[in-house]
Structure formats: structure tokens, C-alpha cells
Write a protein that binds this ligand. Structure first.
Ligand code: HEM
Length: 402
């Protein structure tokens, strides 16, 4: 979209039913890589950069009809220290041998610090990242359309559970240990994205509404990173969760390595939270908009979340989303209002966090409600709400049918 003329943007926007916020002409990319971990003072548009090496591997897997064989083979490939499984084509094995490792600049003591931090923060992160960022992703037009028209869009319950496998593995207390899962999950995810880049452009539905030649550029991945990690960083500050400078740096470092493992080039990976905020200002907030696909996905996701297993009612869940992402985006998504729950959340959530953080000795009146809500969301995202094990990430073989 960044390279389109204003007229074309307006025409496309009108055709897509985008809100006026999205119809502003895109500004040329200006974030300098001086603020990246590469520290080179150049300006390259990350929306014009994809991930050619795994994209080629994915194209070959499709051409060879090997996807189900690979999905079967890599069921046993789970732990960071697991050997690459047998039963996969040699070109996939040699690609994975190169990328299934930490970058040279990864700092093991900071990664260890992130494991400790995430163990402490897990319940707040669940709420911010799963419900808040999960629904926020539905007002990111490119992501909403890509998710809706890919195979997983037809079964959002399984898709949400699979996607959350990534967050769960990153935030686990053993994420980077030999027995942790994150390096493997990130590599599987990178290949899923490559598969999507090969498949989605062949969908007539996606092509009809697309504003870019190929989905999931480095820019798109960074935008999602901000909608998850930068938003969570902001929420922790807003909610009064005390984080030392070292903890904040460890959080960012874990994400820097995660972005690298997802195929984002060093020249785009922010080196500090200040650089991340500047990047988010340019690529996230001005690009949010309502789309038909996004509204549909949000309601499908919330439909699952509102099921009685959570122990909370519909009004509470939609007001929690309003609290997390704000009324503007919630109105775009046509989320209902519930004034009683709104008052309870606005007064109770900060007190709930303060009580759990030990900065207040009084539990708020809605304490058990917030507790059961967190447990319910966690269960739902971890495995379709049915058990404690995770949903494995698999390569898609096709797009969503019509
Ligand atoms: C698949 C995570 C960015 C579109 C996945 C999966 C994970 C994941 C874990 C595999 C699970 C599944 O199949 O559902 C992430 C993370 C991102 C990111 C951590 C950035 C930090 C994006 C972006 C887009 C996107 C920017 C689109 C613009 C998709 C699609 C699938 C997918 C279409 C495949 C769903 C299917 O199987 O049909 N992603 N993603 N992702 N992702 Fe992403």
C-alpha cells in the first residue's frame, strides 16, 4: 500500500469499505535504521522486503506435494534441542540447519532474564496479548484480510489456539532452554508465513481485496509485533506493573530474537523501546481501519471467548476488549456496550493488578471474576479450551474456500 498513489488508495479504500482514517494517503517510509540493531543510517521500506529463501523452500514443497509429509514428520520436532526429524525433503533440512539457531548477537543472559520476567507477568500478558492484541489485529487491514482468506480463517478457534502456541512458547519459563520450544515454534511459523505468501496470491478472494502483491512483508510482521509487544509494554506501564530497566531490556531482547527467527532483517529490528515506539507511530497507529473481514474475525473470536466456560458473560468480555483497545476501534468492530461491566472493569482492573503486584493490600470486589476470566482466556487459547496441551503449528495446504 505504501507505494500506491493517493487516488488509487482512495479508490481501493472505498471499494473495501474502509473507514476514513484509513483513506489518508500513506506517507513515505522514513524510520531510519540508525534506530535498528544494525545501526546503519539508511531508510529502506520494510513493506517492500519479504523472506525469499524460505519462500522458495515453501514453493518447492508445494510443487512436490510434500506438505502433509512434512506436517507428519515435524510432529516430533518440538524441543529446541530436538534433532531435525527424518521424512523431510533434503532442501528443507538444509534450510532448517541454517536457521534453526540463535543469531550471533543473541545475549543468553538477557534471554534468561526474559524467561524470569515472563513467568512473573504471565497472567497480565495473557490478557493484553491474547484478548487485547488478538482483537486489535482485526483492525489491521492487511492482517485481517490475510487471516480471513487463508485456510485457518475458516476455523478461528483452532487458528487462535495455534497462534497462541507462539506466545506461550515465547513466554514460557524455559523458552530458550534445550527443553524449551520457542526456536522450533518460530521456525515453523516462519515457514507457515512462507507458505501463505505462496498460497494467498492464488486466492481470487484475496486478490480481489488485496492492496499489495504478496502478503506478510517484514513491515507487516513488525506492525503485528507492535500491536502485541509494544502495546503490552505500554499496558504494563499503564497498569502500574513495576519493571526495572533491565527487565524492559530483556523483554525487548526476547522479541528482537523472535523477529529475527521470523525472518525480519536486522536493519528493521528496533534497538530500544524508544526506537520501537517511533516505529509503531509510523507503521501501526495510522494504518488501523475497519474491514469486512476484520469485523467478521473479531465477532468470531469473541463468540468463542463468550462461551460459558469462562465464567463471565458477554457484556464483561466485550467491555474488557473496550478497556484494552479503546472505544474507537471497538466501535469500528461494532462491539456491544455493557455499562455495569464497564464500571466494574475500569475501577476493578487497576486494583486487581495492584493487589497481585503487592502494591495494594485490598482485593477489589470483582477479584474472583477477573481471576476466572484470565483462566478462561488462557484455557481457550492454549488448546481450543479443551485440554492443557498445545495445538501444533502445521503448514497450510490451501486457502480458505469461497
Ligand atoms: C500463521 C504468528 C504476523 C498472517 C501464523 C502462525 C503463528 C503466527 C504462530 C501459525 C499458526 C497458524 O497457522 O495459525 C505470527 C506472529 C507474527 C505474525 C508472531 C508477528 C509478530 C503475521 C502477519 C500476517 C500473518 C503480519 C498477515 C499480514 C498469518 C496467516 C497465517 C499465519 C495468514 C496462516 C493461517 C493458516 O494456517 O491458514 N502466524 N504471525 N501473520 N499468520 Fe502470522
Amino acid at each position: 500500500m505504501e507505494s500506491l498513489s493517493r487516488r488509487r488508495v482512495l479508490t481501493l479504500g472505498a471499494a473495501l469499505g474502509l473507514t476514513t482514517a484509513a483513506l489518508e494517503a500513506p506517507k513515505p517510509w522514513s524510520w531510519s535504521s540508525a534506530g535498528s540493531i544494525a545501526k546503519a543510517d539508511t531508510v529502506t521500506d520494510p513493506f517492500s522486503v519479504w523472506d525469499p529463501v524460505p519462500d522458495q523452500v515453501a514453493a518447492q514443497l508445494l510443487a512436490d506435494g510434500k506438505i502433509s509429509a512434512v506436517n507428519t514428520a515435524w510432529q516430533s520436532w518440538v524441543n529446541n534441542s530436538d534433532p531435525l526429524p527424518s521424512g523431510m525433503p533434503s532442501y528443507l533440512v538444509s534450510y532448517l540447519q541454517q536457521v534453526n539457531q540463535l543469531p550471533s548477537w543473541a545475549d543468553s543472559s538477557m534471554l534468561a532474564a526474559s524467561e524470569k520476567l515472563y513467568t512473573r507477568l504471565s497472567s497480565y500478558l495473557f490478557v493484553s496479548e491474547s484478548l487485547g492484541s488478538g482483537i486489535l489485529s482485526t483492525v489491521i487491514p492487511r492482517e485481517a484480510r490475510a487471516v480471513y482468506w487463508s485456510a485457518g480463517g475458516a476455523d478461528m478457534k483452532a487458528r487462535a489456539a495455534k497462534t497462541f502456541t507462539f506466545g506461550y512458547d515465547l513466554h514460557s519459563g524455559s523458552a530458550w532452554h534445550p527443553t524449551g520450544h520457542f526456536i522450533v515454534s518460530a521456525n515453523k511459523t516462519r515457514l507457515v508465513h512462507s507458505m501463505v505468501r505462496n498460497l494467498l496470491p492464488t486466492s481470487t478472494h484475496y486478490e480481489a481485496t488485496a492492496d499489495e502483491s504478496k502478503p506478510i512483508s517484514n513491515g507487516d510482521i513488525l506492525r503485528t509485533f507492535h500491536s502485541v509487544a509494544t502495546v503490552a509494554h505500554n499496558n504494563m506501564q499503564k497498569w502500574g506493573v513495576k519493571l526495572s530497566a533491565a527487565e524492559q531490556a530483556a523483554d525487548l531482547h526476547a522479541w528482537q530474537v523472535a523477529l529475527h527467527l521470523l525472518g525480519v532483517q536486522d536493519q528493521f529490528i528496533p534497538q530500544s523501546w524508544a526506537d520501537a515506539q517511533a516505529q509503531a507511530q509510523q507503521m501501526l497507529w495510522p494504518n488501523l481501519a475497519s474491514t469486512t473481514e476484520g469485523v467478521n474475525l473479531a465477532h468470531t473470536l469473541l463468540g468463542y471467548i463468550e462461551q460459558p466456560t469462562l465464567g463471565v458473560d458477554t457484556g464483561f468480555v466485550s467491555e474488557m476488549v473496550r478497556y484494552l483497545i479503546g472505544d474507537t476501534y471497538s466501535d469500528w468492530l461494532k462491539l456491544p456496550h455493557d455499562l455495569v461491566s464497564r464500571a466494574l472493569i475500569q475501577a476493578g482492573w487497576p486494583l486487581y493488578v495492584a493487589f497481585r503486584e503487592g502494591t495494594s493490600s485490598t482485593a477489589p470486589s470483582g477479584y474472583s471474576l477477573f481471576d476466572s476470566f484470565i483462566r478462561g482466556v488462557a484455557m481457550l487459547y492454549l488448546n481450543n479450551g479443551t485440554s492443557a496441551t498445545q495445538t501444533p503449528i502445521t503448514l497450510p495446504t490451501a486457502n480458505r474456500p469461497g
